[in-house]
Design a protein around this ligand. Structure first.
Ligand code: HPA
Length: 248
């Protein structure tokens, strides 16, 4: 049986799964890091593959960008395919100056401007979307073992890539300071568009979830990066994610 947006049969997708946004990144991960990878879906060209890493079955499923697209794929992975360890591997925009372009970040928590939490809890509570502690602590240990520096902290999942949170005169600015500056004061390291949904949906299904990123752009410093540098930090992030996903 397939699900509405995934051609895989139940059993085709491993319990352990990496979640990049970009279908071509899914293909690159499968071809570069997995053994005997087989594509199980190409519906909408949103590819998914299953192979093995160090002998352990593992899948990689593209999700598209933003909470609405991401949530479709992840809800079906949880409900239909019974995925148990989900690790998003994506990019984020640096906000804090403590974060540099190409850094690898791990989202301990995912603050959000999305209505998702209100849709799930009806406005009664401000649920805190957090990483699974076991995956988080293992990822940090694996990064150390691989000699790859990582930063861990709170990030923000936004619904609009093009918002005015950087503008002191934007709707949430006070004329002197932008919302982004306030968020950085409160410890937000970076911005992306999916992780709060991953943490909420996985929690609801009793599954473990973690999000790891490379910093692809920086909202304050506007640092630049070469394609080769981006590829190196992307591969570092994938190694941390794979080593963490296969552990029991
Ligand atoms: N904003 C939102 N999402 C992102 C960004 C950004 O600057 N960079 C990578 N994902």
């Amino acid at each position: 049986m397939a699900s509405p947006h995934n051609a895989a049969n139940v059993g085709d997708i491993a319990e352990r799964i990496l979640l990049p946004g970009d279908p071509l990144r899914a293909k690159y991960i499968a071809e570069t890091f997995l053994d005997s990878a087989r594509r199980y879906t190409d519906i909408r060209n949103v590819y998914g593959f299953t192979g093995t890493y160090k002998g352990v079955p593992i899948s990689v499923q593209a999700t598209g960008m933003g909470i609405p697209s991401f949530s479709i794929y992840v809800q079906e992975l949880l409900d239909v395919y019974k995925c148990k360890k989900l690790i998003r591997v994506g990019t984020c925009g640096g906000m804090s100056t403590a974060v540099k372009i190409r850094d690898v970040l791990i989202a301990q928590g995912a603050t959000t401007d999305s209505s998702l939490i209100r849709q799930v809890f009806g406005g009664a509570v401000a649920f805190a979307p957090i990483a699974d502690y076991e995956l988080l602590s293992r990822a940090v240990a694996n990064a150390k073992k691989l000699n790859l520096p990582v930063k861990v902290g709170n990030i923000i999942t936004v619904d609009r890539f093009y918002n005015d949170y950087g503008d002191p005169n934007g709707i949430f600015g006070d004329g002197k300071r932008s919302l982004n500056e306030k968020l950085v004061q409160y410890g937000i390291l970076a911005v992306e568009m999916e992780t709060a949904a991953l943490y909420v949906l996985a929690a609801g299904a009793g599954a473990q979830a973690l999000a790891i990123f490379t910093v692809s752009d920086h909202l304050v410093t506007h640092e630049d990066t070469t394609p080769e540098e981006r590829e190196t930090s992307f591969n570092d992030m994938i190694k941390i994610a794979l080593e963490t996903a296969i552990e029991d």
